[in-house]
Design a binder for this molecule. Sequence first.
Ligand code: SAH
Ligand code: DHB
Ligand code: MG
Length: 223
Amino acid sequence: MADDLSRAGASYQTPEVRAFVEAVHCRETEAMRYAVERTEAEGLPTIQVSAADGRLMQLLLAAVGARTVVEVGTLAGYSGLWLLAGAGPEGRLHTLEANPRHAAVARDVFRRAGVADRVTVHEGPALETLPRLAERGPFDAVFIDADKANYDRYVDWAFSVVRPGGLIACDNAYLFGYLAGRPADEAWDDAAVAAMQRAHRTLAARAVSVCIPTPDGLAVAVV
Ligand code: SAH
Ligand code: DHB
Ligand code: MG
């Protein structure tokens, strides 16, 4: 039975425990390491998911038998490589990126990883590129990791294109701690807080959902 500390949400995760389990369970490929190196070398923001988050997404995609995956928020393709790992050798990834520099680096990362034929980088604001992408659905999974103030709209879109039994997942579901009970500020304003809360409520109302307590929360739903 869980003890009082863990029931109250306290965690036994220490830096040493984290390093051990990541080293054992979350080994990156050479291409993933290259994606991070290029992110740093190009001066892009180093805000990619952690190896543990990436591995978790790989496992979840494998668990639902995902082959076709959509990602909102490409950056340099690091999480995309984990999504492809979960989608298997026949897997296909559509990944959406508003920043042309990020998209260019990601295309190069995917080319170098030998997966360019299985990835399409859709350049432009996701709210403009998602409607057209719907024609190519249904999809097995959608991973949301872009601008937080639009998460609710991305979740709505995901429900319109994900097949029954498919997966919807949202990174940063705790909104850096601003999700509930902390005053919003310029960085995470009321619009972002409201959108993230609405995204959670939609996932819970329409699917079997949970928010996995990764450092910044990974909200996951099976449709
Ligand atoms: N999933 C990536 C990290 C994404 S960071 C990884 O883990 O490797 C968030 C990305 O979303 C940034 O590259 C940013 O440029 C992009 N982004 C922000 N607003 C966007 C929008 N409206 N449409 C598409 N992409 C957007
Ligand atoms: C930021 C965005 C992310 O998706 C993330 O995982 C961490 C940080 C950001 O915009 O700062
Ligand atoms: Mg994120």
